[in-house]
Write a protein that binds this ligand. Structure first.
Ligand code: KIV
Length: 263
């Protein structure tokens, strides 16, 4: 899959969209051999890979570097990259330079976190030839205003705001929407009202697809288990056990063996 049009086809065919985050080359090569449809080079890489406490720290340089590493795996998966914090607030030239850098690095669409009233930036990108994925509900780049990573749209007024913003993003030309941490009835209503696909994370079942941070679904951090994450593997244990096997073999002198050495 190489274009956002394929996401729409999946919605129309009632097939679920499967998206995961991917930040590096070797993981992209493996994911290229799976059934996922779409690799998200998410700005969550600032937390997962670089150890920052929020996505506010993801820079354009980081996003470009990781996008290029993923793209060099040359998979058939659609690559969506995040526009970093404030990209659409630094003026048109900065937004265009950022979009240019990410698309040239290998992204096929860009994801942008917006608030109501900022849809014109989506229209501007789309009119410039950049396919856009919107992101509503819990928008982590706004964490300092939201006062934490909390479910959004619980109050009637916020519910209506998110619903209207979603409709406005579709009108502005967005090709798909990520719905993060919103009540399931809101996600259902948005999915029903929009003709573009919705991809949920903490948004329940009635959406057109799901996205998870890869390290969360692999169970790489047993300390981090929010309600919406299912750990499909015990990655942390697998990594520790593998390294345990290696260190023990080195300590005992059983690695390398004669066959693993040059005679
Ligand atoms: O950056 C990211 O990983 C994301 C997903 C959580 C949707 O935006």
């Amino acid at each position: 899959m190489k274009s956002v049009l394929d996401l729409k086809k999946l919605k129309d065919n009632k097939s679920k969209i499967k998206m995961v985050t991917c930040y590096d080359h070797w993981t992209a090569k493996i994911l290229g051999q799976t059934e996922v449809d779409c690799l998200l080079v998410g700005d969550s890489l600032s937390m997962v890979v670089h150890g920052f406490d929020s996505t506010v720290h993801a820079t354009l340089e980081m996003m470009t570097l990781h996008t290029a590493a993923v793209a060099r795996a040359k998979t058939e998966k659609l690559i969506v990259s995040d526009l970093p914090f404030l990209a659409h607030r630094k003026g048109k030239k900065y937004l265009m330079d950022a979009a240019d850098a990410l698309m040239k690095a290998g992204a096929q669409a860009l994801k942008i976190e917006t608030q109501p009233g900022q849809e014109k930036w989506v229209r501007y990108l789309v009119d410039s030839g950049v396919p856009v994925v919107g992101h509503v509900g819990l928008t982590p780049q706004y964490v300092n205003q939201l006062g934490g990573y909390k479910v959004q749209g619980k109050k009637a007024e916020d519910y209506q705001k998110i619903l209207k913003h979603s409709l406005d993003l579709e009108k502005a030309g967005a090709s798909a929407l990520v719905l993060e941490c919103v009540p399931s009835p809101l996600a259902t209503e948005i999915t029903h009202d929009l003709s573009i696909p919705t991809i949920g994370i903490g948004a329940g079942q009635d959406v057109d697809g799901q996205v998870l941070v890869l390290q969360d679904l692999l169970g790489m951090d047993t300390q981090f288990k929010p309600r919406f994450v299912r750990q499909f593997a015990q990655g942390e244990k697998w990594l520790k056990d593998s390294i345990g096997g290696y260190t023990e073999a080195v300590e005992k002198g059983s690695f390398p063996s004669r066959e693993e050495s040059f005679q």
